[in-house]
Design a protein around this ligand. Structure first.
Ligand SMILES: *[C@@H]1O[C@H](CO)[C@@H](O)[C@H](O)[C@H]1NC(C)=O
Ligand SMILES: *[C@@H]1O[C@H](CO)[C@@H](O)[C@H](O)[C@H]1NC(C)=O
Length: 340
């Protein structure tokens, strides 16, 4: 008897919460993907490693951040867009049975300037194939209309050719998270939604509600990790009075924050609702921290050198590369064939 009342109460609460929503609903997925903490703490190390400027170390996976949980990773393609200051890799992680793709965040002279600029990004580009879906052209172009896209597709197809059907995991931090999302969407349309998952850290908003809804149908297995007061996920701003016109995050956010009880601090990982804009997650606090932006799970995310777009490489690396007229290049090697 008591249980029944409890059920009725719960249902009433759900109806109430459901009907008080913000007018826009992201369609709920039939089988929601399950958040995997362990996997996320591995992927954050890939998102950190891709910032390394010494390409020789990165390509050989001997860099200072190429250790720990990512040991043994095999880089198949390393893509560097010197013109636009972008960097990404494609490789195979044996232990995950997956192709891992990671995008570096911005390497502007100052992260502060890049963030200040985020306030003014317009929803100025109609995402192809998505009715009413708008995104910011700069985020989209950085992935689609640079050497990045062809390099990634080439790396993925060579990895699949050598190892057969592997899952594809795409990750990135900050601007790299924005690129990871566009890449994941592209790959899910090519290889199927079930084969692609995306995990981003501290990414900005990249499109409007129609785009977010489209995105989450094509790449349902997406986790968008935010941390404490990290200000980048708050940008470009969300204007809840203008739900059709504003930027709108896609789901599923996972918000990392600390609960402090006197001198005990408990880290909490909160899995947020299916709206993409859960008011009880990162949006419940003000976005005012750059330091929260630069570490996730205690892993440093950001450049290892202070200078803009610096690249260090030994001459022998050139033998792996194709350089285009603008000096952009992709280094690649044939996958080692392993016994499967
Ligand atoms: C989570 O990911 C780890 C690392 O890939 C894997 O070993 C583990 O089985 C996964 N857990 C679940 C519940 O899928
Ligand atoms: C994305 O890039 C491909 C080439 O890689 C191009 O054919 C396509 O037109 C681009 N899409 C847009 C909308 O620019």
């Amino acid at each position: 008897m008591e249980q029944r009342w409890w059920m009725i109460l719960m249902i009433t609460v759900c109806l109430f919460v459901g009907s008080s929503g913000r007018g826009l609903k992201i369609k709920h997925k039939v089988d929601s993907p399950v958040y995997n903490h362990t996997l996320t703490t591995i992927l954050v190390e890939y998102a950190s490693a891709v910032y390394i400027s010494d390409l020789t170390d990165l390509f050989a996976w001997t860099c200072s951040r190429c250790d720990g949980l990512t040991k043994g990773f095999e880089v198949i393609e390393l893509i560097v867009d010197v013109q636009n200051c972008l960097q990404a890799f494609v490789g195979v992680a044996d232990d995950l049975d997956a192709i891992v793709i990671a995008f570096r965040g911005t390497q502007e002279t100052s992260i502060q300037n890049w963030i200040a600029d985020l306030f003014w990004k317009q929803l100025d580009f109609d995402y192809p194939g998505c009715t009413d879906g708008k995104v910011h052209h700069g985020f989209f172009n950085a992935y689609n209309n640079t050497i990045m896209r062809s390099g990634i597709l080439d790396g993925v197809s060579r990895a699949k050719g050598a190892y057969g059907d592997l899952k594809i995991m795409v990750t990135g931090h900050s601007m790299g998270g924005a690129m990871a999302a566009f890449c994941g969407l592209d790959l899910a349309l090519i290889y199927g939604s079930k084969n692609v998952q995306v995990t981003t850290f501290g990414m900005p908003r990249i499109g409007n509600a129609a785009f977010a809804s489209y995105y989450s149908q094509i790449v349902p297995n997406t986790f968008r990790v935010t941390h404490g007061h990290d200000l980048v996920p708050h940008l470009p701003p969300y204007y809840h009075h203008f739900p059709q016109k504003t930027y709108h995050h896609f789901p599923t956010e996972v918000w990392l924050y600390d609960i402090g009880l006197e001198f005990l601090i408990y880290p909490v990982e909160k899995i947020c609702d299916g709206s993409g804009e859960d008011p009880e997650c990162s949006r419940s606090v003000s976005g005012n921290s750059i330091s929260d932006h630069l570490t996730y799970f205690g892993v440093e995310l950001g450049c290892d050198t202070p200078s803009k777009c610096s690249i260090v490489m030994t001459p022998n690396l050139a033998s792996y590369g194709d350089v285009d007229d603008n000096g952009n290049f992709a280094l690649y090697r044939e996958p080692k064939l392993r016994d499967q």
